[in-house]
Every structure is written in structure tokens, then in C-alpha cells.
Design a protein. Sequence first.
Length: 132
Amino acid sequence: MISMKHYYLHDDKSGNEAVFQGFTWLKQHSANTGGLIAVPALRNLERYASLQRLEGLKSLIKPPNRAKIEGIVYELILPSKMLRHGISRPILVLHPTKEFLEKVLHIRDLSAMFVISYDKTNWQDPVGSSIY
């Protein structure tokens, strides 16, 4: 089994700083490979795309839910559109439900994972994780 670096950020503050931190992380880690963005519902992505500095995410909302933003190709993961293989790409998981996070954790061949969650109990602390 190949280990993957996991990061977790408990989003317990008002504002959008955790979301901005997550997208900064994804951009840094996906420059050469592209990246994955996982949200439990499309309306979540619509809200993030309405934020200043994240307007480029609007292009992910319509099928095929894949877009080149600032030179990097991102693909959207939804409960109805799960992948089996990440193709060595990093994934940003934004405010998942426990059930959605369990599905995302089954995606194989991811290079790294960053989970931002309102609920600290959602995180299963896999080997090699960093909790912020």
C-alpha cells in the first residue's frame, strides 16, 4: 500500500480563510498534475465560486465539471460523480459530510489530500496525516 500525505483543517472560525488556504494548497500541489476538488453538493461549489479570488471555479459548475483555471486543470468530484483513481493528483475536500468523506477516502492513487471540515469528528486520522 502506497502512503499518501493527508492534511486536515478544522474550520471553526467565521469567514472564508480556511477555504482560501485550501485552494492555495491545491494550487501549489497541482501545478504539474492538475487537481481534484471534492464537495458534497454542487451548491457548495457555487457558494465558493461567488467569493472574490475564487471566481474561476464557476467554470467547474457545468458538465463535464472539468476546467483549466490559471493554467491548471481541475476536476470536480461530487457524490454522484466519484472517481476510482486519482491518477496521482492531489485532492481538496471541502466541508464534507461523514458519508461523503468515507467515499472520498476510497479513491486510489491520490498524491495528497487536504480536508477542510466543520466537524472535527469526521476525520479518521490516517497514517501520515497532519492536523491543523
